[in-house]
Write a protein that binds this ligand. Structure first.
Ligand code: ADP
Length: 610
């Protein structure tokens, strides 16, 4: 990383830390400065006291010096204690804001970024690095170290300065002392740099192993996998595989630790040789009696503290620079742009309900892929219409919905709402007109009512009504805590486990609760049993009411209820029309699919029935 980049990242990271909690950063620095001032007061005043005793000064002066020492240490300790409690409180605020910031970023990423494997890798890498103490945690530690060591360097240096003006010490000794300090620092710089680069290389080399290992722990510990692990006797195999990964990492880490210990030994050796030299010089200075005993004691303490502090400062600085690599990654995640938030138009609230959506020559490729998932799609439908989208798996049905609700933007062509490109609308407002049940919908371990309302607060009556409409009524009436029942056991021991079909009904109830003008159901009955499926189909028009409903299914029987059917094949719309017109075209895909499915249904009129 270039020097200018280091400067930029360091500046940004302190600004970021400050923005997370001003009190935290200020108390962190001030607290460490105070704490590190403390040892110098007794050193300085004790030296004066020793000299005063030696010179036989009056008792009042001795008492004054003692009072000064104890009083100033007392006041500084008191201030330090208060600062620590403010810091503890501010740390909570800082950690909370930091976690919130990351979660908020993840939730507000454009959906294309959420599905992007590079972004997923970046996110897990950042999470892993944070767990091992890098990123913001290391920055906080470095701030602490830098402010402490800098205070000690300044204090030691100022209390040692007079040594260089002593006539009794020959110039070559003074130069020898400075040279020794510089040599020890250069050695420290070299060893900390080398240790840093070895450590970085090690972490970079095992990032994939660590990620795989953490995934294995997730499999082993997630109760969702518990049944499969037992049925397929996977415990031993999972443990053995994970142990192998751990051993590889351990071997590499042992290697690294040996090298680090070797470098540290060289550093310590040189440092102590230098200390030996300092003692010799100071003893030489003390012998003729030209330097007072108090001053000698002060110089010894201060030079030793200076050496420690300088080594600590360099090591913290090196750590800060190494950490910039991690922070750069962290900021690159925070900086991922969201192009979806560029529009500003409000979605027109029309009394006549005359909305229409139009796909105009839309083609789409998923990021980092070459194959088009949709090609030259043209389709127009009005609010209130019931549109069915049918086609084989992989024909582009879900992709069509993802584009319509702006989870992705088209690669070519445009999508219009009332004649205006949907990119021009305010994103949140545009999203508010859709209620969608995706095949891979997500439910949360909150209460049933909260899941339906997608909010901590909810209207109980309305939630119950939607659950009944979605076919969950019978199960709900058997639940003693009703809509207050928790799903799953993450937050409540009494949480209920639900089947795939029940989950789908809750997801449908959630879509109904939102009461948006567009209701989109993506294979809503895939996990439902035939009876529930029939309930949804037969009530579909009633459920959708006057909303625009888009209904994706590969079960054609369900599509007969729709005004218009679009048949997708290989990313293209190859047929549109009502069930009656499409079924009449005997050598086309709709008819072929209809006939293929007919055999699965009991038929009294030679046509598929539920
Ligand atoms: P359908 O809903 O009709 O089953 P999809 O719209 O899910 O089909 O998928 C259409 C095509 O796009 C398929 O070839 C599928 O593999 C591909 N596809 C779907 N999602 C992604 C994705 N996130 N990244 C890359 N390709 C995808």
């Amino acid at each position: 990383m270039k020097f200018t980049e280091h400067i930029w990242i360091t500046k940004r990271s302190f600004q970021y830390l400050y923005s997370l909690s001003r009190a935290h950063l200020l108390c962190l620095v001030a607290g460490n400065v105070l704490q590190n001032l403390l040892p110098y007061i007794p050193i300085y005043i004790s030296a004066l006291l020793i000299d005063a005793l030696y010179e036989g000064q009056p008792t009042e002066k001795l008492l004054l010096l003692v009072a000064l020492t104890v009083g100033s240490v007392f006041l500084l300790s008191l201030a330090g204690t208060w600062m620590s409690s403010v810091l503890e409180q501010a740390s909570n605020e800082m950690y909370r804001n930091l976690s919130w910031d990351q979660s908020e970023k993840t939730m507000k990423l454009a959906y294309a970024s959420v599905e992007d494997p590079d972004v997923a890798l970046l996110r897990s890498r950042i999470a892993m690095e944070s767990q091992t103490g890098y990123n913001m945690w290391r920055l906080i530690y470095c701030t602490e170290q830098l402010s402490s060591t800098l205070t000690r360097i300044l204090m030691s240096a100022s209390l040692t300065l007079s040594f260089f003006f002593l006539d009794a010490i020959p110039a070559y000794m003074k130069l020898g002392l400075v040279g020794g300090i510089v040599l020890a620092l250069v050695c420290s710089i070299f060893t900390t740099r080398k240790t840093g680069s070895l450590t970085n290389r090690f972490y970079a080399s095992c990032v994939h192993l660590n990620l795989a290992s953490s995934k294995y722990y997730n499999y082993m510990e997630h109760y969702g996998s518990a049944k499969d692990i037992r049925i397929y006797d996977m415990a031993e195999k999972l443990l053995a595989f994970n142990a192998e990964q751990e051993q590889t990492i351990n071997r590499q880490e042992m290697h690294l630790n040996m090298k680090r210990a070797g470098l540290k030994t060289a550093d310590i050796l040189l440092n102590h040789l230098l200390r030996f030299g300092v003692y010799l010089i100071l003893i030489y200075a003390a012998l003729p009696g030209t330097v007072t005993v108090g001053s000698i004691a002060r110089y010894v303490s201060c030079i030793m503290l200076l050496l420690d502090a300088a080594a600590g400062f360099l090591s913290a600085l090196q750590m800060l620079l190494n950490n910039n690599e991690y922070l750069k990654r962290y900021f690159s995640y925070l900086d991922i742009p969201n192009p979806m938030y560029q529009g500003s138009l409000t979605v027109e609230k029309r009394d006549d309900n005359e909305y229409y959506v139009e796909f105009r020559d839309v083609s789409f490729r998923y990021p980092n892929t070459q194959v088009y998932a949709l090609r030259h799609v043209n389709l127009k439908f009005k609010i209130g219409e019931k549109l069915a989208i049918v086609g084989r798996n992989g024909s582009g049905k879900t992709t069509f919905i993802k584009l319509m609700c702006r989870l992705y933007d088209p690669t070519e062509g445009e999508i219009l709402l009332n004649g205006v490109n949907i990119k021009k609308y305010d994103y949140d407002e545009y999203m508010s007109i859709f209620s969608i049940v995706f095949q891979d919908f997500g439910l949360f371990a909150f209460s049933l009512g909260q899941n339906v309302a997608a909010s901590p607060e909810y209207d109980r009556e309305k939630a119950m009504e939607c659950l009944v409409q979605a076919g969950f009524g019978e199960r709900l009436s058997a639940m003693p805590e009703g809509t207050e029942s928790y799903l799953y056991k993450d937050f409540a021991g009494s949480g209920i486990e639900i089947s795939g079909g029940e989950g789908q009904k809750i997801a449908i109830a959630r879509a109904l609760y939102k009461d948006a003008p567009f209701l989109i159901l993506d294979e809503p009955t895939a996990a439902l049993d035939p009876v529930s499926e029939y309930e949804i189909y037969s009530k579909f028009n009633e459920i959708a009411g006057d909303k625009t409903a888009v209904y994706i299914s590969h079960r054609l029987a369900s599509c007969r209820f729709c005004d218009k059917i679009a048949v997708f094949d290989n990313g293209e719309i190859i047929q549109t029309g009502s069930h009656e017109t499409l079924i009449a075209r005997q050598d086309e895909l709709y008819h072929e699919l209809w006939q293929a499915q007919a055999q699965y249904y009991v038929s009294s009129e030679n046509s598929p029935r539920i």
